[in-house]
Every structure is written in structure tokens, then in C-alpha cells.
Design a protein around this ligand. Structure first.
Ligand SMILES: Nc1nc2c(ncn2[C@@H]2O[C@H](COP(=O)(O)OP(=O)(O)OP(=O)(O)O)[C@@H](O)[C@H]2O)c(=O)[nH]1
Ligand SMILES: [Mg+2]
Length: 420
């Protein structure tokens, strides 16, 4: 099916960056066909966002190029969206709505769907007064069904829906927290793969876990967190693949996707995946955007490894040069290619180097016929490093080991030696 033909617009101040490139990628991800891009450098116009002259110019282009929809990078107030669509005679949306459209298309589970609805309603609420004003002015047909134009009624209606969704999300989250507690009691390390959208998180997840998560090369291929139990050099780990970050993700969206992000906060270690193959300026911009999100959810100071991905697209000299340029990142950085499977071992090794609370201890058994039973019981939650006649060297989270001391002693084991 042919997608709708769209025209992309950004208004910016002289010192602001152009985001048309990213807007184009988002439009493609939503299934649109970007036909043209327009940029205007000026201050915001209250009625049209861009200048009226520019708006007239776009209006001509819409006709000439047979455009179905105009997408703005800038946030549009209801009155602006209304004025623009009246002038262009086609739908006009902004980046926030575009991101929501992509999310809505990809939301796999109930939680993701509710989160999207929540973000949409919260935005509607923030604009409620103005929206009602525009509706009144224009006598928009069908608005609030029975022609109820009262702002307070409209707001109450949205608030009720928000509160219903919040209740349901609370139930889902409670269930998730229970699952999380069980997971961390199992001895496994929780590893979150995070990063900008399209960095290669799912590709790396698949590499680390042998899974085959959804990859399509468009932004936000992954929306809900996928988790999978695996072992990293024998150490039990639960790896999660999470929603991608994006520059200046509207705060409302961050808020709504809170649980997905909370999972990152609950993890023991973060792998931050970067697409190293882009222009250095782009790489820098995206790292900063990721750090901003991690900071805003309080996860920035967690043990973190930066996976410098897609090095198969660069020359070795380029890789070296880029790593030097990025020395301002005060985190261990490992160049990899998730797609080709290059240097994954080094990445795992670096992860193991910074695992919080990892300890290796030797357990000696008074009666060696209990050794197999002990190994059987422990192996699920720890790494069996080596086995000797009457002893075993195990590596595990210290809290987990502490929870097993009693059982070890019941089986006639004595912890004799601690390494690390
Ligand atoms: N050349 C190259 N391409 C890669 C590599 N890793 C991932 N890709 C490609 O990059 C694109 C995005 O990969 P994904 O793994 O879906 O990225 P993601 O970070 O999960 O993306 P979202 O879920 O949308 O946030 C796909 O086309 C991958 O095939 C790599 O090491 N080298
Ligand atoms: Mg993904």
C-alpha cells in the first residue's frame, strides 16, 4: 500500500539545530512518504508557528506536490494546528503526534497501549482550554459528541480516563514488580540494553541471548521490553532489550513510558549501545541524549559499559580516532559489531569486570558424595568456576550467596576461601 505523501517542516532559531533528517526517519517509520522539507529560521509565530508568508508558500507546495499531510518538528498549539490545516486544507500534525503514531503502530502489549493512550490524553489535557476555545470559535462538528464545549466538562472527562488508565497500569506494574523480585532472588544479574533508537540494541540482545527479536532498521522497532535469561561466561544473567531513546523525547512520553524505563533503573548493569558509524557530531548528540534520559530516571551512575556498535562500517583507523574523540565519556567503551558478532567476548569481559557485588568462593564438602547434590542445587543461581575432588569454586552475587549459607552448611559444606 502506498503511504501518505508528507511535507516536513521545522522552524528554528539561528542557534538551534536542524532536525529535519531525524524527522524524515520518523516519518518513514510511521509509514509516510516524505516528499519535501521546509525549514524556516525565525521566532515562533503565535498563530501559525512559522511566518504567515512561509505558510502561504507551503500551502502552494501542498497543492503542487499533492501532499496529504504536513508534519511539523515544532510542537503545535491547537490554534496553530487548526490555522495551518485550514490554510493547507490537509491534516497537520507535530513530532509528538508522529512519535505517538509510531508507538501506536508497534505497541505489542496492553501496557504499551495504555501508556500511549495516557501520553495522548495528558497532552490533550495540557491543551484542553485552548482546544475548547478553538472548537468554540469554529463550531467544530462532532467535538465532544453532543456539542458540549465547556472546558471544565471536557477536562473532567479527560481526567477520568487518565485515572482509569493509571489504575490499570498500577495493577500491571505491581505484577511486574513481583516478577522482578523473584528474578533478583534467583541470583541472576539484571542487564539492561539501552541506547538511541536504531543503535542496534535488539541485534546485540539477539547476539547475547540467542533470541531473534524484531529488527527492521526503523526508529522504535522495539517498544516493550523483552527479557531473556542467559549466561555471560557462565554467570546467570537476565538481559532486557528496551525501548530506544530519542533526542528531546517529549517529557510526557518519558513519563508515560515510566515502567519501561524503571526496568533500566532496577538493573544491575547497563549496556549503552551507540551507533558508531554516523557522523561524529551525530554520535555525540545521541550519547548526550541517552545520558540525559538516564540521568532523568536516576540511572546514570549505575555500572555502565558503552558498546560502540557498527564498527564493521568503519575503517580501523576511524574506530581508533573516534574512540579518542569520545574520551570525554567517562565509561568503559568497547568497539563491537553486533551484526557481525565482532568483539562480543571483549564486551562480555568488560561487563564481568564491573559486575557489582560479584564474588568467588570455594566450598569444601566434608563428605564428597554430597558434592553433586550441592552443585545441582547451586548451579542455577551462580557460575561453577571449577570443581575438584571435594570442593567447588563458585562465582555469584554476594547477596545470593548470603541467602544460601544455611543450605550450604546443611549439606555439609564449608565456605573456606574468598576471592575478589
Ligand atoms: N552494519 C551494521 N548494522 C547493524 C549493526 N547492528 C545493528 N545494525 C542494523 O541497525 C539497524 C537497527 O538495529 P536494531 O537492532 O533494530 O536497533 P535497535 O536499537 O533495537 O532499534 P529500536 O528498537 O528501533 O530502538 C538494523 O538495520 C540492524 O541490522 C552492526 O553491528 N553493523
Ligand atoms: Mg530494538
Amino acid at each position: 500500500m502506498e503511504g501518505e505523501r508528507v511535507l516536513l517542516v521545522q522552524r528554528r532559531l539561528p542557534r538551534e539545530k536542524s532536525y529535519l533528517h531525524e524527522l524524515r526517519e520518523l516519518a518513514l517509520a510511521a509509514g509516510y512518504v516524505p516528499i519535501a522539507e521546509i525549514e524556516q529560521v525565525r521566532a515562533q509565530d503565535a498563530a501559525y508557528q512559522i511566518g504567515y508568508g512561509k505558510a502561504l508558500e507551503i500551502s502552494e507546495l501542498v497543492k503542487k506536490l499533492d501532499i496529504d499531510k504536513v508534519i511539523f518538528f515544532n510542537e503545535l498549539k491547537p490554534v496553530q494546528a487548526h490555522n495551518l490545516s485550514k490554510l493547507f486544507k490537509v491534516d497537520v500534525i507535530d513530532r509528538f503526534q508522529l512519535i505517538l503514531e509510531i508507538f501506536a503502530k508497534r505497541a505489542g502489549n496492553r501496557e504499551a497501549k495504555l501508556q500511549i493512550e495516557l501520553a495522548r490524553l495528558k497532552r490533550e489535557l495540557s491543551f484542553a482550554k485552548e482546544y475548547v476555545h478553538v472548537a468554540k470559535m469554529e463550531e467544530l462538528p462532532g467535538f465532544m459528541g453532543g456539542g458540549e464545549y465547556d472546558a471544565t466538562v471536557y477536562e473532567r472527562h479527560i481526567r477520568e480516563r487518565i485515572s482509569r488508565i493509571n489504575k490499570e497500569l498500577k495493577r500491571i506494574r505491581k505484577r511486574k514488580r513481583g516478577a522482578h523480585k523473584r528474578r533478583s532472588r534467583s541470583g541472576a544479574y539484571l542487564v539492561s540494553i539501552t541506547g538511541y533508537t536504531g543503535a542496534g540494541k535488539t541485534t546485540l540482545f539477539n547476539r547475547l541471548t540467542g533470541e531473534s527479536g524484531y529488527i527492521d532498521g526503523k526508529p522504535f522497532a522495539t517498544l516493550s521490553t523483552t527479557i531473556r535469561r542467559t549466561r555471560l561466561n557462565g554467570i546467570p544473567a537476565i538481559v532486557s532489550d528496551t525501548i530506544g531513546f530519542i533526542d528531546s523525547l517529549p517529557p510526557l512520553l518519558i513519563e508515560s513510558f515510566y515502567t519501561t524505563l524503571e526496568e533500566i533503573n532496577n538493573s544491575d548493569i547497563i549496556i549503552l549501545v551507540l551507533d558508531a558509524s554516523e557522523e561524529l557530531e551525530e554520535v555525540n548528540r545521541k550519547i548526550r541524549a541517552c545520558f540525559d534520559v538516564l540521568e532523568s530516571i536516576g540511572a546514570y551512575l549505575k555500572p555502565m559499559v558503552v558498546a560502540f556498535n557498527k564498527i564493521d562500517l568503519l575503517s580501523p583507523e576511524d574506530v581508533k580516532m573516534r574512540i579518542e574523540e569520545l574520551s570525554w565519556i567517562k565509561k568503559p567503551l568497547v568497539p563491537i559489531s553486533a551484526k557481525k558478532g565482532w568483539n562480543i567476548d571483549a564486551l562480555v569481559k568488560t561487563i564481568l569486570d564491573i559486575l557489582p557485588g560479584y564474588t568467588e568462593v570455594r566450598i569444601i564438602l566434608k563428605r564428597n558424595d554430597n558434592l553433586n547434590k550441592l552443585i545441582d542445587e547451586l548451579s542455577e543461581g551462580c557460575r561453577i568456576v571449577s570443581i575438584e575432588d571435594n570442593s567447588v569454586l563458585v562465582g555469584a552475587k554476594i547477596e545470593w550467596l548470603a541467602s544460601k549459607v544455611k543450605r550450604i552448611s546443611e549439606l555439609g559444606g564449608v565456605i573456606v576461601d574468598r576471592k575478589l
